[in-house]
Design a protein around this ligand. Structure first.
Ligand SMILES: Nc1ncnc2c1ncn2[C@@H]1O[C@H](COP(=O)(O)OP(=O)(O)O)[C@@H](O)[C@H]1O
Ligand SMILES: [Mg+2]
Length: 285
């Protein structure tokens, strides 16, 4: 995964059509069969197999040869495809270094002539275990790449809804499993020692309230998903957000608030009453 920029250079335009066909058909096929490539790319079977072999050697696709010949993306393949599309759209001009690697994502910084310094978050759901999802399709089960794309889309949706109302990175664009946002020059709350914990606690609670007023409960809020610097703080990491209207939303909200109250008690000895804070957040004014 650490060589996206290197691999990028090795993928030629012949592969573009095949990757595009995998992308466009992954909702219908766990492994996209060869006849789809023939139809969409108008290549001979030999040429298709040669391109698939190359992509498979680069670990961008996984081939299936029993029952029928077909291909699906690996995490790297989906990431390269998404990146290519963003470059083509002039959203990204140069991919930089890895800034963070979590269980469900790899985050790079990047340069954009149009948007300046940005970050690209490549989502990965269900990796590396390749757990199959229980949703029956005509050609096998729903592939994890579909869930990964859904996750990216959800994150972009949340950021779009929140930006301008709560403090979140400015959403720039998304494609496939990649979400592009403004780069925040800050550190995760867990990695800083605050001089004014109570003030920061109140700022975070105000952000939770603003998000709730926009109809969004984060649902994975913690000291890891808040970036801070001396000018302010930003809430990040939204794929699992819950709509405030959903029936379990209040439970998630309580859990988010509890995570923050507990963290500030343990790290700074700050005593806050969970129910009082929760009431403040839910009060519609
Ligand atoms: N917009 C951003 N600006 C700066 N750093 C970011 C940004 N988004 C994510 N990061 C960094 O990448 C890490 C992982 O991103 P996050 O959205 O939390 O994904 P994950 O689901 O892997 O936790 C963050 O903890 C943070 O260090
Ligand atoms: Mg995170």
């Amino acid at each position: 995964m650490h060589d996206l920029a290197e691999v990028y250079k090795k993928v030629d335009s012949m592969s573009d059509c095949i990757m595009g066909a995998i992308f466009n058909n992954m909702w219908d096929f766990e492994y996209v069969p060869i006849h789809v490539f023939e139809r969409e790319c108008r290549f001979s079977q030999e040429k298709i197999e040669a391109v698939l072999k190359k992509l498979s050697d680069l670990r961008l696709v996984e081939k299936k040869i029993e029952e029928y010949i077909g291909a699906s993306f690996t995490f790297k393949g989906l990431s390269i495809y998404s990146l290519k599309m963003l470059v083509k759209r002039d959203v990204i001009d140069m991919l930089g270094k890895i800034m963070g690697e979590g269980k469900e994502s790899v985050v790079y910084n990047a340069l954009s002539k149009r948007h300046g310094e940005v970050v690209v978050k490549f989502h990965r759901v269900g990796y590396p275990s390749f757990k199959k999802v229980k949703e029956k399709r005509s050609y096998g089960t729903l592939h994890h790449t579909v869930l990964t794309v859904r996750s990216a889309k959800r994150e972009f949706t949340a950021l779009k809804r929140l930006y301008g109302y709560a403090s979140v990175p400015k959403p720039v664009d998304w494609k496939g499993n990649a979400v592009v946002t403004e780069l925040i020059d800050g550190m995760e709350l867990i990695h800083v020692r605050l001089e004014n914990p109570e003030e920061v606690f109140e700022m975070i609670v105000d952000e939770i309230k603003k998000m709730y007023l926009r109809g969004i409960v984060h649902a994975d809020l913690s000291q890891y998903n808040i970036l801070v610097n001396k000018n302010g703080l930003w809430i990040i990491d939204f794929p699992q957000f819950v709509d405030a209207g959903e029936k379990n939303a209040e439970e998630y909200l309580r859990r988010d608030v509890n995570n923050i109250v507990t963290y500030f008690r343990r790290a700074y000895g700050l005593k806050k009453n969970l129910n009082q804070v929760l009431q403040y957040v839910m009060d519609r004014k």
